[in-house]
Design a protein around this ligand. Structure first.
Ligand code: ZN
Length: 137
């Protein structure tokens, strides 16, 4: 994906989707390594470093990422809460797509990662209940 397209916030990609994507990636990286740098995010998302730096600044200004003099990127409590919600949605949708719909894992992940930003809470609750009931059977 072209970073410039992403960073046309509100033009091509909605701002909240862009924000959630970044937070999700930072959340995943935080689980894998002690310190996250914007270069890690850039390589994970395949975006240019300047685009990522701009996005990080916006996230910082909005209180999702902590201010750090060392240039590392750490989620605030507010950032982590939103990131965890996106991440959990991603996991739930992926499980639904692979276990119930029998999609291949790659398609399931890719679809989950797009749908996670727009799906309603009602649909999520229904999927969760469905999977829960099925796993208890
Ligand atoms: Zn995702």
């Amino acid at each position: 994906m072209d970073a410039n397209i992403l960073f046309g916030l509100g033009k091509v990609m909605k701002e909240n989707e862009s924000r959630e994507m970044y937070l999700e990636v930072i959340y995943e990286l935080e689980q894998q390594q002690e310190v996250v740098h914007s270069v890690d995010i850039a390589s994970r998302m395949d975006f240019s470093k300047p685009s990522v730096s701009r996005a990080i600044n916006v996230l910082r200004k909005n209180g999702y990422i902590a201010h750090s003099p060392y240039g590392d990127v750490a989620l605030t409590e507010k950032g982590r809460e939103l990131a965890r919600r996106v991440y959990n949605t991603h996991q739930l949708l992926t499980a639904f797509f692979t276990q119930i719909l029998k999609l291949d894992p790659e398609t399931a992940e890719a679809d989950a990662c797009r749908i996670e930003h727009v799906i309603s809470q009602q649909a999520l609750d229904a999927i969760e209940a469905y999977l829960g009931a099925r796993n208890q059977a």
